[in-house]
Write a protein that binds this ligand. Sequence first.
Ligand SMILES: Nc1ncnc2c1ncn2[C@@H]1O[C@H](COP(=O)(O)OP(=O)(O)O)[C@@H](O)[C@H]1O
Ligand SMILES: [Mg+2]
Length: 348
Amino acid sequence: MKSKFELLIDAMPVTVSQISSDMTYINVNKKLTEVVGLKKEDIIGKKVGFTQKNKDFSKLIDDIFDLENDFATMETQIFTKNGCFDYLLIASRFNDKKELILIGIDITPIKQQEKLLINKARFVAMGEMIGNIAHQWRQPLSAIGAITADLQIKKSLNQLTVDDIEKPLLDIATHTQFLSATVNDFRNFFKEDKELESVNPLEIIKKALLMTEHSLKANNIELKEEYVFSKKLFTFPNELVQVFLNLIKNAQDALVEKEIQNPWIKIKGYEIDGNNTIVFEISDNAKGIPEEIKERIFEPYFTTKNENGTGLGLYMSKIIVEKHCKGKLSVQNCQEGAKFTVVLKGKE
Ligand SMILES: Nc1ncnc2c1ncn2[C@@H]1O[C@H](COP(=O)(O)OP(=O)(O)O)[C@@H](O)[C@H]1O
Ligand SMILES: [Mg+2]
């Protein structure tokens, strides 16, 4: 006869298992048997994670026995009879640290939502980028237009000599090189980074600036820069460029919206911890973020810009910095405005 408590555990919509310190299952609930598609008696006594293709899984559990804390949570992928799912595992040691209770919650829907939001934010950023390309193209395109118009006039007046053609042709070639260089630059940003790359931190900032310089200038925003870097970063460079784009764009939005006199954006980069940690600061003089919303600005869809904002920029930036790059993104109000700080580990 099952006790009332056992019935209760069996009725739970999460997986529950009791694990001994030799890493075998002592007991499991009904949900776990359903997830792995095996009977209870086929699981009890077996090694933890024997149904998992992921070799790290049992190591993960093993590590928990060595932890200082009695409690740990982690996200991992679980192979079930229906495929692979994202799980949140909650582990708690008990019985004088000799046993472990492991609870697994299927967070696949939440993860999918997260991915959708990131994709959406990418599209928005891409839209902004196309706007930037158009902006960068306007000048060289009109220059080429003017050169050809000039040539046509000369030709119609029969004043065109071979010498007259040489300089305009060279100019056109220079302008077209610039046009194609911008396209290449922009195209690279939207490739998803698959592998970590060793990059110079300054390069990342410069790429982000290349794409924002024009609109900063158009809004009369002064750019202050201060860098002292000696280390490289081992990171996802294109994703980080997007983070800096978001932070610079937000600062610009705030400066423009509040019609700040003598607006500026300051980008600082330096190293701490004996050069092992790289810090970037992006600050502005747009009077900062009201305290009552400061906690909420990293939430998805939180925006104060009505239909002009998506509320995804900071949310995506936080995921990129903290989840993908294992760093820290934080905000602070300073005397004159907001300061966003990105902290990343330098390359060992
Ligand atoms: N530098 C800044 N100064 C003032 N407010 C800011 C700054 N950066 C972000 N914010 C606030 O944070 C909100 C969320 O930013 P974000 O996630 O990029 O979304 P969006 O820019 O689409 O509104 C903004 O709507 C704005 O209210
Ligand atoms: Mg934004």
